[in-house]
Design a protein around this ligand. Structure first.
Ligand code: ATR
Length: 285
């Protein structure tokens, strides 16, 4: 007797520390449901050292995972671990996606995630080409790469620790502003992006002179807990278009889903509503 064909579920996941609050399983779960794909996308806590990360990746590969998203503190480890990497990942110096195969391939979809979210707000005829990036960590590098890809010509970066801003500025041909002088740059910037942890739940707010924001400037914040940071709240109250961390999170997930589960991945209001509900349930929205 011939039995029913067995479809093994496609496996993927997110690796980080901590990772228990990750919304990525919800995003991939929703897309798998929509596409009728049998898949599992799991949270994989891996402690912070490279050796542990590498061991875990070897293990996941041998267990048949198609790939993983990688989050804090492993994005640089992911690039180091991979056999091959995209130009974007190499340029940023970090990867948030590993795809397992004969060779392990590193990608940085944070860049396309921010590009897509910003592209939607910019619309067709924006004429906006100047930007200010606050912060100089890994997220700032991704944002800088995205702004350059979109064609922003005049980008300045400011960071509490100036030396770190100088390193990122040299990589992407940007100017550096002293952290104490960040407000002076606001009138010139048509896009302002917070990549610092300021404004996150439990952190101090980002101090910025909202009144100096240029009319029509777009304000983005990579923080998504709380969903409406003090920065975004002030920007919305002044009538600015904004991009929140959830928009970036949803868009960065698209390439992973397509690569591992092989289905369509659409970012829409329904998906957003699922994530907002989850954040509220966790008391984080
Ligand atoms: P990620 O890789 O996610 O960007 P990170 O490397 O920890 O995270 O970067 C955090 C950013 O927030 C840094 O730019 C950091 O500034 P420093 O380079 O001076 O540390 C910034 N940041 C964190 N706390 C801050 C604070 N209290 N005031 C100003 N900037 C702060």
């Amino acid at each position: 007797m011939v039995g029913k064909e067995y479809n093994a579920p496609i496996l993927a996941g997110v690796v980080g520390w901590p990772v228990s609050h990750s919304l990525s399983p919800l995003i991939h779960g929703e897309w798998a449901k929509r596409a009728g794909i049998t898949g599992r996308y799991v949270q994989i806590p891996v402690e912070s050292e490279y050796d542990e990360f590498a061991r875990a990746m070897d293990d996941l590969k041998s267990q048949g995972l198609k790939g993983v998203n990688v989050t804090i503190p492993h994005k640089e480890h992911a690039l180091r671990y991979a056999d091959l990497a995209s130009d974007v990942a190499k340029r940023v110096g970090a990867a948030n996606m590993l795809t397992f195969g004969e060779k392990t391939y590193a990608e940085n979809s944070d860049v396309i995630g921010f590009e897509t979210a910003l592209g939607q707000q910019l619309g067709m005829s924006s004429g906006r080409t100047s930007a200010l990036i606050l912060g100089a960590g890994g997220a700032a590098r991704g944002v800088a790469a995205a702004l350059r890809n979109i064609g922003f010509l005049d980008i300045e970066i400011t960071n509490r620790t100036r030396e770190k801003a100088e390193i990122v500025a040299a990589l992407f041909g940007m100017g550096v502003i002293d952290w104490e002088k960040r407000n002076e740059r606001l009138p010139a910037a048509s896009v302002v992006v917070n990549t610092t942890s300021l404004g996150m739940t439990g952190q101090p707010p980002l101090e910025l002179d909202w009144n100096r924001l240029r009319p029509g400037a777009i304000v983005a914040d990579i923080v998504y807990s709380p969903l409406q940071t003090p920065l975004l709240k002030a920007a919305i109250n002044r009538g600015h278009l904004t991009i929140d961390g959830l928009a970036m999170l949803m868009h960065q997930a698209v390439p992973g889903f397509k690569a591992w589960f092989g289905g369509d991945a659409v970012v829409d209001d329904d998906l957003r509503a699922i994530l907002v509900a989850a954040l509220k349930k966790q008391g984080r929205a």
